[in-house]
Structures are given as structure tokens and as C-alpha cells.
Design a protein around this ligand. Structure first.
Ligand code: MRU
Length: 346
């Protein structure tokens, strides 16, 4: 039985989330009643991963609704919208963040009065979390069928339970395969500079009993040459309607190597990560983070003083390199232009 800690929870007017900056050394939680503290946690990547930051933003709005003392419905809605704007400015690439904020705000707008609106915000935030886990369980069921007993998989970043409310997206097929008695070996790309692969994916997979090897980002080529890799499964921060996949930096090079070496390359993502309003890479922002995060490794400077760095946090894999997209409604295959619209509107 796989038992992973909950990434984020709502507990009677408080939010409790794992501080992912401290893993794997320490499993510690941040507990807060302050929605602004959640905004900071998203910005500073104490919580990260597209579905998890969607849930975090929804819970931040729920905190606002729970603790706000505005006497009027209009005043409440205005404050809630302002909180939504602050939350939306934390990170630009994962569409789940904006999707979750819109969803919760619209639940509030539809309410008939103040008390109903407060209740609606909290209920909607809880629904965002619950549906995320349900989607991941289904992704696990569809994705597990792609895995044979004894397979070796490769993944990048952490699209695991820690990146969602539970079970993960790219890890969901792995966990479900494990539950069904299949043995799986996983290569986890370390994912410089935040090291989500080495710190987080290796942590949760090993806790779940999966045989996991941390591999450096620059070893994809030799691994594909020398080792048997049966399948690549990665997550997504945003999938456009044409099938462009924005995901953690290093995903695109992995897809190129996979294509050359005939390794099936799958993306696992809930339909909340599909952005039908975006067609291609020009329609959304790729986050660039502080160069210091590249120049320093775990607090120690690794490049000479005076040298700068360029840090794109995500890249974009074009649809022709994506074998299929595993969602809670099934696996979408090309042509994505047709099949993603269909799968999202199930
Ligand atoms: O910068 P991060 O750690 O938030 O990036 C996370 C990823 O790129 C994940 O692969 C993606 O969000 C999918 S999580 C299920």
C-alpha cells in the first residue's frame, strides 16, 4: 500500500502544506491562516507543480473568505478579486493557477449573498483539491496500461504527488503499476537548478518503494544509448490546444532524445492543464526566474563573481514529439488540435 504525505490540506480555516524547499532533509509543514502567506509560498516555490499551485491559490482564496470581515457582499467580492490578482501574479506559466482562481471567483460571483459567497468559495476550493486527486487516480489507471512489468521509465522535474494534491500526474501510472504488482525502475533527471528530480521525485518514489536512480540532466543521451528505457513520462504546466507542452526546463531535450531513440514520450496532465485559449508558444509566458538560482547551488556560489546567468524555468515541447497525452478522460493522441478539445469537454 502506497502511503505518501498530503501536499496541502485545508484544516478548519487553516492551510497546511509541505515546505518543499526543505526536502529531502526535513519533512516540515507551513501552517497559516493568512492567504498572503500562501501567495509567498507559491512565489518562493515552497509549494510548486502546476496542479498543487492551483489548489494552493484556491485555498488562499478560501482563507480570504473564511477570515474576511467585510460587511457587504460587494466589498467581499472586491477584496476577493484583489486577492485573486495577487495570487495570479506569483508565477506565470502553469495554467492551473489561473484556472483555479477563475473557478473560485466565479463560484463567489454566482452566490446570492455574502454568507452564501463565503461558503461557495470554500466549497469550490475543496472541490478543486478533491477533483485534482480524482483526476490523478484516473491518469494512473490509463497510464498504467502503457507500462509492462520490469519496464524502465524516465521523467524530469517532479510531476509527482508533491506537485499535486495527491498521487501525481507523471508518477500516477507508476504508483498504479506498483499497486498492480508490476516492477518499475525510474530514472529521475535531477533538474537543475531547483533539483526537483533529485530532491523531490527521488524522495517520494523511494518512499513508495520504487527503484529510482537520480541521473544528471546532461546524461540523457548516454542513458538512451547504453540503458534500456521503455517509456518517458513527464508532467505539464500548460498544454495548448495544438498540443504544445510547456513543462520544466529539460523536457524538450528529453523529447528530442526520446524521438531519436524510439522511446515513447508521454505527457501526463489533468484537463485543467489544457489551455484551449492558447494555440502555440507565443500565447503565454515562459517564466524566467532569478539568475541567482543558477549561480548558486544550495546556498553556495558555483560561478565566478561578476558572471551572470540566464534562467528559463520551462521549455516547450512541440506536438510532433509527443506520443500521447494521458488525462483523466483518457489518452489523447494526434491530431491534438481535434483530440484535445474533445478530451477536455468530456
Ligand atoms: O517549477 P516547478 O517545480 O513548479 O515546475 C513543475 C513542473 O514543471 C511539473 O512537471 C509540472 O508542473 C507538472 S506537475 C504535475
Amino acid at each position: 500500500m502506497i502511503n505518501l504525505p498530503r501536499t496541502i490540506e485545508w484544516v478548519d480555516g487553516k492551510v497546511r502544506l509541505i515546505n518543499q524547499l526543505l526536502l529531502p532533509e526535513r519533512l516540515e509543514y507551513i501552517e497559516t491562516e493568512d492567504w498572503r502567506r500562501i501567495a509567498k509560498a507559491i512565489k518562493d516555490m515552497e509549494i510548486r507543480g502546476a496542479p498543487a499551485i492551483g489548489v494552493a491559490a484556491a485555498f488562499a482564496l478560501a482563507l480570504y473568505a473564511y477570515h474576511d470581515s467585510s460587511p457587504s457582499f460587494e466589498g467581499f467580492l472586491e477584496g476577493l478579486k484583489r486577492a485573486g490578482e495577487v495570487l495570479a501574479s506569483t508565477r506565470p506559466t502553469a495554467v492551473n493557477l489561473f484556472w483555479a482562481i477563475r473557478r473560485v471567483l466565479s463560484a463567489a460571483e454566482k452566490a446570492g449573498g455574502l454568507d452564501e459567497a463565503r461558503r461557495a468559495v470554500i466549497d469550490e476550493a475543496l472541490a478543486v483539491q478533491r477533483e485534482d486527486e480524482e483526476a490523478n487516480r484516473k491518469i494512473g489507471e490509463y497510464g498504467e496500461k502503457l507500462i509492462e512489468d520490469g519496464d524502465t521509465l524516465i521523467t524530469v522535474c517532479n510531476a509527482g504527488s508533491l506537485a499535486t494534491s495527491y498521487w501525481g500526474t507523471a508518477t500516477a501510472p507508476i504508483y498504479t503499476a506498483l499497486e498492480k504488482g508490476k516492477r518499475v525502475r525510474v530514472f529521475a533527471l535531477e533538474t537543475r537548478p531547483y533539483l526537483q528530480g533529485a530532491r523531490l521525485t527521488a524522495w517520494e518514489l523511494s518512499r513508495a518503494g520504487v527503484e529510482v536512480y537520480v541521473v544528471t540532466d546532461n546524461s540523457i543521451g548516454i542513458l538512451a544509448e547504453k540503458e534500456r528505457i521503455d517509456l518517458a513520462i513527464v508532467g505539464a504546466d500548460r498544454v495548448t490546444r495544438l498540443g504544445y507542452v510547456a513543462n520544466k526546463i529539460g523536457t524538450y531535450p528529453l523529447s528530442l532524445v526520446a524521438r531519436v531513440h524510439n522511446i515513447p514520450f508521454y505527457v501526463a496532465a489533468p484537463t485543467s492543464s489544457i489551455d484551449l485559449e492558447a494555440a502555440g508558444p507565443e500565447d503565454f509566458e515562459i517564466e524566467k526566474r532569478n539568475p541567482e538560482e543558477v549561480l548558486y547551488c544550495r546556498g553556495k556560489r558555483i560561478a565566478p563573481e561578476g558572471v551572470s546567468a540566464l534562467y528559463y524555468a520551462f521549455d516547450i515541447t512541440p506536438p510532433q514529439l509527443v506520443t500521447g497525452i494521458i488525462t483523466e478522460n483518457g489518452v489523447a493522441y494526434p491530431p491534438y488540435e481535434k483530440n484535445l478539445v474533445r478530451i477536455k469537454s468530456f
